[in-house]
Ligand binder design. Structure first.
Ligand code: FAD
Length: 448
């Protein structure tokens, strides 16, 4: 049995931020991570010499904590390539546009704007602390985003464009999303525009060396003696005096406090002894992960840039949701990203690998030209097949969950504290949210 002040379960950005912060405050901390790597939903690698982020990647305006952390860790950012025309695909037809909102027939455009305005204005009334406490929370939680938006968005094409955004943001279809969850998410991001915009929004910057560098740097500072990989936590026995945590190797760890910093839907796999209060247990059991696949295509030349495209495309048609330029900061490693979210992502693994690649190349060729059919390398990561994430980018709360169980989101239970981006008050679902939750929980533990 190993003893420490505080155990942290999960070495993603949230868990490592908590541990990093607690160590600075003189609290002895140990981190147990299921995977053989740190970073969780941030995971960086290379494809034929190009640095790629298989998971979380962008940071942007309105995310002060992650920029501060990056600076403290000696890391650097660069601006996302955003020059040139963007492409919109609706019903197999492509058109080009500049800025954040695509060009469409004016009456459809008005409906997209109306949909954004409607969501933003409802979201503004929510508190970031307790969105579930709003007077209309139960009503909004009883319905889906798709069912409600039809009153302001009667054009199927306008709804299709919003669907592409929702598949990217949530990894889900608009018909799966509780309206309350969508509104809480928008509120915690500041606005829907922040969520979708590149310049001035959440996609403004990328991190040199990849987003996983944040976790790698924090883990290095904590040292191997504090960060233990390949240690899935299977059981937490707890009372008000402390916890005993058992990992899958059968080793036991004792501490005064434990921070559980795993995705909320994955936390339900851990056996808690005694059982957690029903509200908390059901919150974890009812949530589930969105579905996301990131496909990277490496080219000899950035032909889309030469043709005046930014590399950004959005499709209302449901296979590839969005694409982005993924060249290095100096443009020297030409690469495109195709992001697949929602329904298509959930069944992606059922398709033949060669068919998957061809589907992606076909869409890229339709958006940017026939050169897209001749890559020098291709790779993809399907987050639904990642055992310790169970999907991505984020956990979803089905209708009737947040309004009834939301109050259990951050409330500590005896010696157990909850972190993870899903518990964040600001930028919930993002790397920034993971940092926010790590800082909040470090305060809770240090003060307790
Ligand atoms: C495809 C994709 C694209 C994304 N794009 C962006 C983006 O561009 N910008 C952005 O800000 N965010 C993005 N995100 C979201 C962002 O990556 C997450 O919000 C953030 O990384 C979550 O951090 P976390 O620490 O809360 O959770 P995680 O990163 O999920 O960390 C949890 C850790 O717990 C571990 N774990 C799970 N179960 C156990 C157990 N029983 N015992 C021990 N350890 C366990 C996991 O292995 C993991 O390391 C994206 C995510 C995905 C998947």
């Amino acid at each position: 049995m190993k003893d420490t002040d505080c155990l942290v379960v999960g070495a993603g950005v949230a868990g490592l931020t908590a541990a990093f912060e607690l160590k600075k405050r003189g609290v002895e901390v140990q981190v147990l991570e299921a995977r053989e790597r740190v970073g969780g939903r941030t995971w960086s690698g290379t494809l034929d010499g190009a640095e790629v982020d298989w998971g979380g990647e962008w940071i942007g305006h309105g995310q002060p904590r992650v920029y501060k952390l990056i600076k403290e860790l000696g890391l650097r950012t660069f601006t996302t390539y955003d020059r040139g025309e963007k492409v919109l695909e609706v019903r197999g037809r492509t058109s080009t546009y500049k800025g954040t909102i695509p060009w469409m027939a004016p009456w459809k455009l008005i409906q997209i704007q109306a949909g954004i305005w409607w969501l933003d204005s409802l979201a503004k009334g929510l508190s970031t602390e307790e969105p579930w406490a709003h007077a209309r929370a139960a009503g909004w939680d009883a319905t889906t985003l798709d069912a409600t938006r039809r009153a302001v968005m009667w054009s199927a094409d306008a709804r299709g464009v919003m669907d592409a955004a929702m598949r990217t943001i949530f990894g889900a279809e608009s018909g799966e999303l509780s309206l309350l969850h969508a509104l809480a998410y928008i509120r915690s991001a500041g606005s829907l525009n922040n969520l979708i915009a590149t310049e001035g929004g959440f996609q403004h910057d990328r991190i040199l060396g990849g987003a996983q560098s944040i976790s790698l740097a924090m883990a290095a500072s904590l040292g191997d003696e504090r960060v233990h990989l390949g240690r899935p936590v299977v059981q937490i026995t707890h009372n008000t005096a402390g916890v005993v945590v058992r990992d899958a190797r059968g080793e036991e760890w004792r501490a005064r406090r434990v921070v559980v910093a795993v995705p909320i839907a994955i936390g339900a796999r851990i056996v808690f002894e005694p059982a957690l209060p029903p509200l908390r247990a059901q919150l974890m059991e009812r949530s589930y992960m969105g579905a996301a696949v990131k496909c990277f295509v490496r080219y000899e030349k950035a032909f889309w840039r030469d043709r005046g495209f930014s590399g950004e495309a959005a499709s209302a048609d449901g296979i590839v949701s969005v694409t982005f330029d993924q060249c290095s900061d100096d443009g020297s490693t030409p690469c495109l990203l195709a992001f697949i979210g929602g329904r298509s992502a959930r069944t992606w693994h059922q398709r033949d690998p060669e068919a998957r690649k061809q589907l992606v190349l076909d869409r890229l060729a339709a958006y940017f030209g026939p050169e897209a059919r001749a890559p020098i390398a291709y790779a993809e990561v399907d987050w639904c097949t990642e055992r310790w994430s169970g999907g991505g980018p984020i956990a979803l709360f089905p209708t009737g969950t947040l309004s009834t169980h939301g109050s259990a989101m951050r409330t500590p239970i005896g010696s157990i504290h909850w972190a993870g981006t899903e518990t964040a008050r600001e930028c919930m679902g993002f790397i920034e949210g993971a940092v926010e939750s790590g800082l909040r929980v470090a305060d809770e533990v240090a003060q307790g």
